[in-house]
Design a protein around this ligand. Structure first.
Ligand code: C2E
Ligand code: MG
Ligand code: MG
Ligand code: MG
Length: 278
């Protein structure tokens, strides 16, 4: 009996695996079609200068308007895109949309820098920088108005790291995203300078709740300062958090308090900085 049951379970397991593989295959086909067919939507979240409360820049965050499903956040498909290599055409679409949007804002008199998330996998793909330069040149965006955001996983990838150095040499700014959650190494930080350090939401979210957090955040700000980098605090949801970070010397902040990610059409309400130090 046990053997027969076991056999059934194996068969059911195989069937489920088959279904999962099919679903993945379909997701992959759908994602490829979505990238080519314009189903990706880019939302923008304001980056606010804490000293003046003016909007200094915008982070581009991708969404997938998937027919019959709805608006999907990046956590639902970035992993698949990275595994399948679709992250390369996906990243290029986001970069193109964000560059064109920054140029449009500029034409409207809004001097906003734009930041785009780039996966380590993308950076490690040969030809990344020439493709990036072609996209921003076509859009008419000056390299200095673009920042790319990478995570600490970049340290573990030699080709990605090399690309990052040439990206910076090309006048494009580099931000270290989700700082403090990955493999931070002081020796890497010292060897490869970054323009911006983004303090992860797990730190700012613990303000007032964990006694050690204040000290840790102060250290991150001091470290960024020594390295000549600006700081952006992520996930700011309350005025108390914003006030504390401003007093602690953090330059910029991002979070629901200032604005949720939204499509460019809903951006008219944001007042922008007269001169972005960003
Ligand atoms: P991230 O770059 O660290 O982006 C910040 C995430 O925090 C965004 O989630 C944003 O919506 C969310 N967030 C912002 N303010 C708050 C807040 O006050 N409270 C809370 N609870 N959350 C806040 P989202 O849009 O779901 O993006 C998730 C991640 O997906 C991003 O994290 C980024 O790593 C990745 N991602 C987004 N767009 C792209 C892209 O075009 N390419 C690549 N490679 N990755 C992307
Ligand atoms: Mg980011
Ligand atoms: Mg982040
Ligand atoms: Mg993240």
């Amino acid at each position: 009996v046990a053997k027969r049951d076991g056999g059934n379970r194996v068969r059911m397991f195989r069937q489920e695996m088959g279904e999962q593989a099919l679903a993945r295959q379909r997701d992959r086909t759908d994602l490829r079609a979505a990238i080519e067919g314009g189903e990706l939507v880019v939302h923008y979240q304001p980056i606010v200068d804490l000293a003046t409360s003016a909007v200094a820049g915008a982070e581009a965050l991708v969404r997938w308007q998937r027919p019959g499903v709805g608006l999907l956040g990046p956590d639902a498909f970035i992993g698949l895109a990275e595994e399948t290599g679709l992250i390369v055409p996906l990243g290029e679409k986001v970069l193109q949309a964000a560059s064109e949007q920054a140029v449009r804002w500029h034409a409207e008199g809004r001097c906003l820098g734009v930041t785009v998330n780039v996966s380590t996998r993308e950076l490690a793909t040969p030809g990344f920088l020439p493709r990036l330069e072609r996209v921003i040149t076509t859009a008419g965006l000056a390299p200095s108005r673009l920042t790319i955001e990478v995570t600490e996983s970049v340290w573990a990838d030699e080709p990605a790291m090399r690309t990052l150095v040439s990206v910076r040499d090309a006048g494009i700014r580099v931000a270290l995203d989700d700082f403090g959650t990955g493999y931070s190494s002081l020796s890497y930080l010292q060897r490869y300078p970054f323009d911006v350090v983004k303090i992860d939401r797990s730190f700012t979210g613990a303000l007032g709740r964990n006694g050690r957090t204040e000290g840790v955040i102060r250290c991150i700000i001091a470290l960024a300062d020594v390295l000549g980098a600006k700081t952006v605090a992520e996930g700011i949801e309350t005025p108390e958090q914003a006030d504390w970070l401003r007093d602690a010397g953090c330059s910029y902040a991002q979070g629901y308090l200032f604005g949720r990610p939204a499509d460019a059409a809903s951006w008219h309400a944001h007042s922008s900085a007269a001169s972005p130090g960003w």
